[in-house]
Design a protein around this ligand. Sequence first.
Ligand code: FAD
Ligand code: PYC
Length: 404
Amino acid sequence: ALSHHENWQRQWRNPTPKKQYDVIIVGGGGHGLATAYYLAKEFGIKNVAVIEKGWLGGGNTARNTTIVRSNYLWDESAALYEHSMKLWEGLSQDLNYNVMFSQRGVLNVGHTLQDMRDIQRRVNANRLNGIDGEVLDAKGVQELVPIMDCSKNARYPVMGASWQPRAGVARHDAVAWGYARGADAHGVDILQQTEVTGFKIRDGQIYGVHTNRGDIEAKTVGCVAAGNSSVLAKMGGFKLPLESHPLQALVSEPIKPILDTVVMSNHVHGYISQSDKGDLVIGAGIDGYNGYGQRGSYPTVEHTLQAIVEMFPIFSRVRMNRQWGGIVDTCPDACPIMSKTPVKGLYFNCGWGTGGFKATPGSGHVFAASLAKGEMHPIAEPFSMFRFHSGALIDEHGAAGVAH
Ligand code: FAD
Ligand code: PYC
């Protein structure tokens, strides 16, 4: 059936690196590619290189479970994730690339009185920020998800949930490819198999990067390297308060459509959705140790599936097909870092940890604005790395939905 699929047009070029660019983006994941796309499209800065050590989306972007929502507690993060949500709502049209954004809603389930108080507080905060949200009781959850065990007999009975109807899922690799094609069409050079091995810094100002394909110059460099961000910070001569952990996920064999929303439980600790192909897409929290391996350990898989079967006994005999991991860069307050650094012209966008896929368009957009103007965009400003000096942390562990 694939024999007619020949001579496909390349979606982006494979250029030879130039000696000099106006802006270099390190990291060809969704955030880096989105940054390059908006730099070229909205800010007219087209002499840009995206430098990726592997292949586009080979990091967390195409390893995540694609949940998109904006139901965060604090004003700063609500503004960031809702900015992103609004961009998601027009993204396929903007890129002319189907990113399969499906607003099928997300439930964050509560199993204790304290869970329900936290849910109530967060939904109230969301509504004050103009973000859609409702508090459901157990009956409301059962009506939305008839196959879920919402009975009083469950070990951790469902007491209710927060419900964000505009939330949902998207096709992760399409997001990387769509931004890559868009950026390339605006003249951005995408350099795959190119690893940044050091920074060229003189008198506290960056003027380029060392790579395995030679030195490349630029007076503005934005690092968007997720789990490898601490390694790059070390090359810049400073430290970031990040821990790199494995976060894993797994998918089942494809089954007929049975689950048309996303269910997350931070308490029994597992989350699940069904992809358009029919696979159950499943995950939970980080593996507790630090590591740079894009894989996880068996006890976490076991714990995750226990939680899923606890909530969905109907899935107890479904077979799992594949399991994988990514390296997530977790921050002490479960919020990202979008920031200037002690090196002039060197910016970092990282610390998205377990939850940055949903932020891809918004992060790219405000980071591009910051690089273009040399000043952090107002939405990015609260996420400076210097908040760990001032103490102005933004604690979103409750809304992270994934324990870490
Ligand atoms: P990446 O896609 O990781 O891109 C960084 C890139 O930098 C990589 O491609 C890497 O190769 C490159 N790089 C690193 N060092 C160098 C170097 N020295 N030189 C050149 N290139 C370099 N988030 C959600 O919102 N919803 C979810 O449902 C969700 N589920 C997840 C499930 C799993 C299993 C995982 C692992 C993550 C999940 N996340 C989720 C988190 C989300 O995937 C990330 O926060 C997000 O994708 C980060 O995007 P990025 O573009 O910053 O990073
Ligand atoms: O941030 O919503 C999220 C998420 C879900 C799974 C992993 N992260």
